[in-house]
Design a protein around this ligand. Structure first.
Ligand SMILES: NC(=O)c1ccc[n+]([C@@H]2O[C@H](COP(=O)([O-])OP(=O)(O)OC[C@H]3O[C@@H](n4cnc5c(N)ncnc54)[C@H](O)[C@@H]3O)[C@@H](O)[C@H]2O)c1
Ligand SMILES: O[C@H]1[C@H](O)[C@@H](O)[C@H](O)[C@@H](O)[C@H]1O
Length: 338
């Protein structure tokens, strides 16, 4: 079966994913595209032979769409995801699932009432080969019980529209998800510490920020978010356990020796750094949809937890205190005990 996909949002990542779904992933076709900027939708739709849908609601309801991909701005995600659940169609939503905790809970409640999982959230790091290797090492017990995790999430620059709260909501949200998965643990509190800011930023921005998280099992995580680091797109993660440590491998790149120097390349953006992870993420999602099976990737519950944790992180930045994340107990529908 060819899975016919409708795409809502034809911006940067929407176009990336359309290319991926039509050129890299097999068994799928993009049949409809919509964007509030109609010319953008038309530009993205024409090369792949898709039609331009009037809006998200029309696209979701139409017969030529088996599954929905949401790549519009974060605050619009909840409406499209809820419409897809009502229509009974699988929906892949780029992060964040929704920008408020309340909207995330509306989605988990609607999905639970629907009775089967339809939602997958675009936390692609779970599909990165390096993170998967780290998880195998941790799960094997080779480094003993995890105690401390050191992370860095660096972007070369960000546009003026990027605000201080986005360091948590837009950027650290990736670590929040991947660490919950890596450690099989929940994040119970968040604290932000701000060193002096770089001069190479827009004046309104606090950058870098250091985020400190504690998990239910007592693991401590420190995360440096630095979105104007200048030198490249750099993702670091090291987990220290009772008997050793495991470090996220840097992406493979040739080692060059010239002019008395030894160098390897650092990626410049998320597109290149996580290209393989995005491919794997969509291959696995499309295979599940084609089989009529529930998705196995990050769930609406994971989306809810990530938003609750990053919202607590923003509160810490604003109020200069440690903030409890207050994640609800995981319901049985999402694999919880109760
Ligand atoms: N997984 C990742 O690493 C990753 C990377 C980049 C972006 N993202 C996420 O993807 C989403 C989009 O990011 P982007 O960088 O492509 O942004 P963008 O601004 O380039 O594109 C968003 C597009 O959505 C359109 N849009 C907004 N509201 C809409 C609506 N209601 N219906 C239809 N179209 C609408 C806009 O006109 C725009 O073309 C964000 O949620 C972002 O956090 C994830
Ligand atoms: O939306 C992007 C994307 O999620 C990237 O993976 C992250 O590194 C950026 O900081 C963020 O702005």
């Amino acid at each position: 079966m060819t899975v016919r996909i409708g795409v809502i949002g034809a911006g940067w990542i929407g176009r990336e994913h359309i290319r991926r779904l039509t050129g890299t992933v097999t068994g799928t076709r993009v049949t409809a595209v919509t964007d509030i900027d109609r010319s953008r939708a038309a530009e993205a739709a024409a090369p792949v032979g898709a039609r331009v849908a009037a809006d998200g609601a029309e696209l979701i309801a139409s017969d030529d769409v088996d599954a929905v991909l949401v790549t519009s701005w974060g605050p619009t995600h909840a409406e499209h995801v809820l419409n897809a659940i009502t229509a009974g169609k699988p929906v892949f939503c780029e992060k964040p699932l929704a920008t408020t905790v309340e909207d995330c809970l509306r989605i988990t409640e609607a999905e639970t009432a629907n009775g089967r999982r339809l939602v997958q959230v675009g936390f692609m790091r779970r599909y990165d080969a390096g993170y998967r290797q780290m998880k195998q090492v941790i799960d094997s017990g080779a480094i003993g019980e995890p105690l401390v995790v050191h992370c860095a999430h660096r972007n070369p620059t960000v546009p003026e529209s990027y605000t201080s709260d986005m360091a948590a909501l837009d950027t650290a949200v990736h670590e929040v998800d991947v660490l919950r998965w890596l450690l099989d643990d929940e994040i119970v509190s968040a604290q932000v510490v701000t060193p002096r800011s770089t001069r190479k930023r827009f004046a309104h921005l606090r950058d870098p920020q250091i985020m400190l998280f504690e998990t239910a099992k007592g693991v401590r995580i420190d995360l440096e978010v630095f979105v104007n680091c200048q030198y490249g797109y750099d993702i670091q993660c090291e987990t220290v356990g009772e008997e050793g440590l495991v470090r996220l491998p840097d992406p493979a790149s040739p080692a060059v020796r010239t002019a008395a120097a030894h160098s390897t390349r650092v990626p410049t953006d998320w597109v290149g750094r996580f290209a393989d992870a995005f491919d794997t993420e969509f291959r696995e999602w499309v295979a599940r949809v084609a089989a009529g099976a529930e998705p196995t990737g990050p769930s609406a519950w994971d989306g809810y937890a990530a938003t609750a944790i990053t919202r607590a992180t923003v509160t810490s930045l604003q109020e200069d205190r440690t903030v409890a994340t207050d994640i609800r107990p995981r319901p049985a529908f999402y694999g919880g005990a109760a």
